[in-house]
Design a protein. Structure first.
Lengths: 355, 355
């Protein structure tokens, strides 16, 4: 670091994203990308004409995209704001609803960025350990009087809470905001969007990166009471008014409108997930019950770090989190059936060599 | 605002971007967009195949784009980072080099976001008034011991300092970072990029929004000593690692490589600017000497706000900043020759009606 860096950032530990090899032909099961391309409507929306219109600024209010999202979720446009990835929506929410004197509560095993953002903004973290079986006990979140963020389904475990349990957390924290990060909700969990009408303190955040195959487009959205969304826009217009580029606005609108493609690709992934879990169990893996487009799995036969390295040697990238409660485990993205077949064969080979 | 908003943000005044009508057919001379489309190489780079690859995350290190920028500016890749618009690069820089105890110095009449960001991050602002003729006296920036940001050319005045004057400011502030915001530099001002090798405290920030016709793509870049860039990456990877989407990475690379198109379109705009200044002077306007793709002009015949409104009625959008030192003036983007001809005819008509 340079001698000019703010002393307040000296101990900041940035987030380490999953490996993103730009050239090597790995089977990439490490960052929960969708194995299927985005809806064909997306490529249709991005024409030479729309590219040439990049000379103009993007719509800072994202009106047309927000209208499409509002239609899909039966919300008002005032209940939605879009971000440069759901990471930005989450960052805006923490900026708006937390500060040095207003802590953030979250699980010990969850999305790593919550802690990084809290540290960057000098927000105190109230870390609530998951149970021994990696489930989240909702009662531990009742009456906290603090902003709460819950990934549902959780990452990297894949375990989901029923919406009724999140509802009880909202009801038990009427004085503070409950943020539900639904990045993976479309693969079988219950969304809290229908609760928005009832709870003014509920903010639901979703992303186009997983179920809509647009990780590279960088698009997320926050949904909640219009007053919460106005707060988020206050931060956005103080930070980066033109936060989403024009092509992504078009891509997002097209992808949201193609409901049939969305349903079919989500169904294909949940189907492949079921078969993957079956195959992993047959190989002796313990697999947590996943409602996401990944599974969290471990085996007694090899430590997580060693198995990660062996898979990488064999051309398959998965994610290993080297922390006390996750070091034994691997997070494996659900790819195509063919990719998962290769994974199965490769694991069989690696574990056979061990015996 | 909701009752949940952090008390520390209660007085925050967000930036008001220029009007971005999404439908009405205005001649749009209000947000300094380029009247020419991006290089044809950009549309070529964005194919159905690259759109379908949006299922994968964008490269968080932007390696390929940064290599193209490094080649153009004869820098090392370690001396460059890219942002979601230069607004994000500037925000990252203020986050890295300022804090509650480390103020930011800037002019009273300049890009409005500096103040908004300082307020958002609780950074004290040291505001240094421009001279009566809107020029910046470099000596007022010597030995400040504070992070400095200078827009060069300045906005909304269009007036540029010679690089030699910025160099003296860098030399006279070796203990603090000097940020030069060169959003408009390609229209005739001197860039400070050649000074980067000599001054470890110099950070130059440029954008694709103006001279490279990609305002809607949201792409900016910071250039400076590798240690400063490492600090910015520390902030970026703590905030939004995947900050630039994949299509914009491709667009930016193609636009940077098409040097000939870049030179031709910049030359066309400076040529139109000269003719526009001549025409405005013939109508009795005072016009500040501009090195940007806009001019700052006023007339005794009508107050700035009234003239802005009249032009809008006549289908032409320009920018009016309703603050004490700018209320008399209009900032007018340089469009195509035909658009500027219409502006000239419209102004002639409006001012004739007044007399």
């Amino acid at each position: 670091m340079s001698k000019y860096l703010s002393k307040r950032l000296a101990n900041l530990e940035p987030y380490a994203p999953g490996e993103q090899p730009q050239e090597q032909p790995y089977i990439k099961l490490n960052t929960n990308e969708n194995p299927y391309p985005p809806s064909p409507w997306v490529a249709e929306a991005i024409s030479d004409e729309t590219v040439n219109r990049l000379r103009l600024y993007s719509d800072p209010c994202a009106k047309s995209l927000i209208a499409a999202i509002a239609t899909h979720y039966s919300l008002e446009p005032e209940q939605i704001m879009v971000g440069n990835g759901s990471d930005e929506n989450l960052y805006f929410a923490l900026r708006a609803f937390c500060d040095e004197a207003a802590p953030l509560a979250y699980a010990d095993v969850t999305y790593g960025c919550y802690k990084v953002w809290a540290n960057l903004m000098h927000i105190p973290s109230h870390i609530i350990p998951l149970e021994a079986d990696y489930t989240l006990d909702p009662k531990k979140y009742y009456g906290l009087g603090e902003t709460i963020v819950i990934a549902n389904p959780n990452a990297p475990t894949g375990i989901a809470l029923p919406a009724a349990e999140i509802e009880k957390i909202c009801a038990a924290n009427a004085g503070s905001v409950v943020i539900v990060d639904e990045a993976y909700v479309d693969f079988g969990a219950e969304s809290c969007v229908p609760l928005i009408a009832k709870y003014k303190n509920l903010l639901v955040i979703q992303t186009y990166s997983k179920s809509r195959s647009l990780a590279g487009g960088r698009l997320g959205f926050a949904m909640g009471d219009a007053a919460l969304i106005a707060d988020l826009n206050r931060v956005k217009f103080s930070l980066n008014p033109y936060n989403v580029n024009s092509l992504t606005l078009l891509a997002g609108k097209a992808a949201m409108q193609d409901e049939d493609y969305f349903r079919r690709t989500c169904a294909a992934i949940t189907d492949t997930r079921a078969k993957t879990v079956e195959a992993l169990c047959a190989l002796g893996f313990e697999v947590l019950p996943s409602k996401a487009n990944f599974v969290f799995a471990r085996t007694d036969k090899m430590p997580g770090g060693a198995l990660y390295a062996k898979l990488k040697e064999n051309g398959i990238l998965v994610r290993h989190f080297d922390a006390p409660r996750t070091a034994d485990w691997l997070r494996i993205t659900i790819g195509t059936p063919a990719q998962m077949q290769t994974l199965n064969e490769t694991l069989t080979k690696i574990l056979a060599t061990e015996e």
